[in-house]
Design a protein around this ligand. Sequence first.
Ligand code: CA
Length: 248
Amino acid sequence: MDKETTILIVEDEPRIRTGLRDFLEFHHFQTATAEDGLEAERIVDHRRFDLILLDLMLPKISGEQLCQKWRQSGLTTPIIMLTAKGMEKEKIDGLNLGADDYVTKPFSLEELLARINAILRRTEPGRGVGQKFPFGPWSVDMPNLKIATSKKTVELSPRQAELIRFFAANPNRVIPRGELYSRVWGESMEDIETRTVDMHVAKLRALIEDDPTDPRLIKTVRGVGYLYEASAGDDCASGGSHREQRGG
Ligand code: CA
């Protein structure tokens, strides 16, 4: 099964935990849950999440302590803090949380969903890559939808540019087709069109790979998805054949 956007719910109150899980799964997120700070810490040590919902008042390790600990260890996963009713904004700002956002209980699920989506849009696709960045031997110019080497310039469709940006932001990592589809197309995983993803990757390869049948930049990982090899050589994009290949 392809990877989805995965959210960790850290909440000790069973009713809220279950409610959040059901709501997020209904909205096509994959979820994991933790009942206390220790369990959350253990889970995060072994698994990557796209976002963490973190209750502030937790048994064993508090949300604030966890958040600080994670940030100190370099974890960049976005965190939305679930704070207690009656907690004033000034008080939350005063805590050095390191969280990206917070909601105050009782919160509306729709509002929480809007905040989750806003953060995911901000952080993915293409987190940290910027508007101009290298892609193998190419220089990518996002605002002008162009990709160039010293020898040639190729125009990109907005989708192709987003695909490249997502690969560039996730170098040397196997990216399941489903993840590409949900991040670059913004569609729910339920309706995943693997053929759409494969066709776009094939077209992109025809533009940027020297030999699209033996791609150096965007490799097929059979049965899973694609891998951008950031260390690919400088000499692989001088040509640009137009043969196409379906990713396996
Ligand atoms: Ca609590």
